[in-house]
Structure formats: structure tokens, C-alpha cells
Ligand binder design. Structure first.
Ligand code: NAD
Length: 301
């Protein structure tokens, strides 16, 4: 039976690790916040006193952490502590599912390879609902061999396991996707509000645009206008879902990537600016579809 170490049990990591336990794998868990391990041990996971303790002896290590600095220090260690790459068994597969900068992912992959270890960057799409349902999309970067190995274990947590290319490619594809998503969310919001300002019913307008050339994922699955769609954050005061602060982080990553490649991303830059402004107005922990409210209070002329 495959034994997995799962490190980082936040909004995403906890339900993902729960699906591995439910699939019958032996799962050792660790989070800096001991309370975060409780729901997992209740399901049958084994708690550990440290990340290295969880990872030693595991066949696969999976991490789900906030940002690149957490991933770098956990895998590579520092002056005072060993990194995961120093303690895992020979042949252990390392998979990081956090959304981080591609350069950090490439650095960890290179350091792991120097120790004979395979590392896959595998950021996810699908949010907390997809994590709970086991229907996430994993967007992977790494060698063909490592990807094939990762596919088996990731299949317990996701519906789509995709290979974007070599080390870091999963992170690049993920931030391209989220940059596009933010642009679609802003565009859908301003279009719906302009229709409302002209007396249209947002439900009717949404149905029209869904089957017309403006149709997109936000209209199909995540309408930002309250009470157009049931069971989405906009119909629940923008609670749950994907936080504005995380979208700000991802858009920051997209603009750093654009600088590195000298790519022109005017829509992504504008979306970042709108989301930063929205977060500064106290909306950081609300769902990212709350950007709709930036368009609702405009003055009539
Ligand atoms: P979170 O803040 O809820 O969870 C992160 C967890 O990591 C926390 O429990 C924290 O205590 C733990 N942690 C941090 N450093 C650690 C360390 N050194 N050792 C052990 N545990 C450590 O974040 P989240 O919402 O679960 O997101 C995780 C990642 O997934 C982020 O990179 C995010 O951008 C990405 N993501 C999130 C969503 C979402 O909807 N929340 C969707 C897609 C991708």
C-alpha cells in the first residue's frame, strides 16, 4: 500500500488529504497548526510532530502550502533545519500542489534531482468544493516518468490530471489560467451591471450571453451577480470559494512572470490593479466574484 506524507492542511490540503485516507492509502499528516490535523486523524490519518517526521519513509510526499517561500524552506531547509529532500527515502516522489512562482518550483526540482529525487509541481484548479469532491484539476510540471507516477496518487483527489511540460510548467499554466479567469470575472461583472443599469434582468441577460459569443466559465458556473445562480458565493454574501487575497497573489505571480518573459499582459495588469484595490477596501477574505460590487454603486449621470 502506498504511504503518503501530506503537509499543509488548510482550506485545500485538509479535504485533499481526507480523500487519500478515504481511498485507503496510509496517510501521515503535518501542519504547523496542530488543530488542523484533528479532522484528519479522526478519519484515520496518522499525525506527525514535524514535516520531516511525516516524510521520512513515505513513498510520496505531497505539500499544499501558501507561497513559494514556504515551499522553498520546507523542501530545501535552512541553516537551522534539514529540508524534506535531505530526509526522504530513496525513490520517494515529491509533489507540490501549492500555487507558487515557477522559479521556486524549478529550484526545488533541480535540488531534488541532484539528490536523485523526482519533483512534480502540481498546482490545482477547482477550489475548496473540488477539493472536497475529489474533482480537482491538477496542472503538472516535471519529467514524463515523474508525471506518470504522480498521476496514480493524484487520481484519488482529482478528475483531470494534466501534463503542461517540464519543471515549473504546471505553475506557468496555472497562473495563465488564473489571469484569464480574473479578466473574465471582471468583464462579466461590468457587462452584467451595464445591462442592469439599462433595466435588464441579470438572469435573462446571463442566459442570453451564455449561449452567445460572450459565453464563458463565470456565466456557466460562477455568476458574480447575487441571486442569479443558486449555490455560488455571490448568492451567499460572497462567503466561501476563492479569496480575493489569493487572486491578488496569483495576479502578482502572473505579472512577475510577464516581466521575466517580456510578455505584454495589459488585461492581467489591469485586473491585478482592480483586485488589489478591492482587497484594500476590506474584501480580501471574500470570494473573488465580489469584484462585481466595484461596478454596482456607480453614479447615475
Ligand atoms: P491555507 O492558508 O488555508 O492553508 C495553508 C496551510 O499550510 C495552513 O494550514 C498552514 O498552517 C500550513 N503551513 C504553512 N507553512 C507550513 C509548514 N512549513 N509546514 C506545515 N504546514 C505549513 O491555504 P489554502 O487555501 O489551502 O491554499 C493552499 C495553496 O493552494 C495556495 O498556494 C493557494 O494559492 C492554492 N489554491 C487555493 C485555492 C482555494 O480555493 N483556497 C484554490 C486553488 C489553489
Amino acid at each position: 500500500m502506498t504511504s503518503v506524507a501530506f503537509i499543509g492542511l488548510g482550506h485545500m490540503g485538509a479535504p485533499m488529504a481526507a480523500n487519500l485516507v478515504k481511498a485507503g492509502l496510509t496517510v501521515r499528516v503535518f501542519d504547523l497548526v496542530p488543530q488542523a490535523m484533528k479532522s484528519l486523524t479522526g478519519l484515520g490519518a496518522i499525525s506527525s510532530n514535524s514535516a520531516c517526521g511525516a516524510a521520512a519513509g513515505a513513498d510520496v510526499v505531497i505539500t499544499m502550502l501558501p507561497a513559494g517561500k514556504h515551499v522553498r524552506s520546507l523542501y530545501l531547509g535552512d541553516d537551522t533545519s534539514k529540508g524534506l529532500i535531505d530526509v526522504v527515502a530513496k525513490g520517494c516522489l515529491l509533489i507540490d500542489c501549492s500555487t507558487i512562482d515557477a522559479m521556486s518550483a524549478q529550484l526545488v526540482a533541480k535540488s531534488a534531482a541532484e539528490k536523485g529525487l523526482d519533483f512534480v509541481d502540481a498546482p490545482v484548479s477547482g477550489g475548496t468544493a473540488g477539493a472536497a469532491a475529489g474533482t480537482l484539476t491538477f496542472i503538472c510540471g516535471g519529467t514524463d516518468k515523474a508525471f506518470e507516477q504522480a498521476k496514480t496518487v493524484l487520481g484519488n483527489m482529482g478528475a483531470n490530471i494534466l501534463h503542461a511540460g517540464g519543471a515549473g510548467a504546471g505553475q506557468v499554466a496555472k497562473i495563465c489560467n488564473n489571469m484569464l479567469l480574473s479578466v473574465l470575472m471582471v468583464g462579466t461583472s461590468e457587462s452584467l451591471q451595464m445591462g442592469i443599469d439599462h433595466g435588464l434582468d441579470p438572469k435573462v441577460l446571463s442566459e442570453i450571453m451564455k449561449v452567445s459569443s460572450g459565453g464563458n466559465w463565470t456565466l456557466d458556473k460562477y455568476n458574480p451577480c447575487p441571486d442569479v445562480m443558486p449555490n455560488v458565493p455571490s448568492s451567499n454574501d460572497y462567503q466561501g470559494g476563492f479569496m480575493v487575497d489569493l487572486m491578488v497573489k496569483d495576479l502578482g505571480l502572473s505579472q512577475e512572470a510577464a516581466l521575466q518573459s517580456n510578455s505584454s499582459t495589459p488585461m492581467g495588469a489591469l485586473a491585478r490593479s482592480l483586485y488589489v484595490n478591492h482587497a484594500r477596501q476590506g474584501n480580501g477574505t471574500r470570494d473573488f466574484s465580489s469584484i462585481f460590487e466595484q461596478f454596482t454603486n456607480s453614479q447615475q449621470i
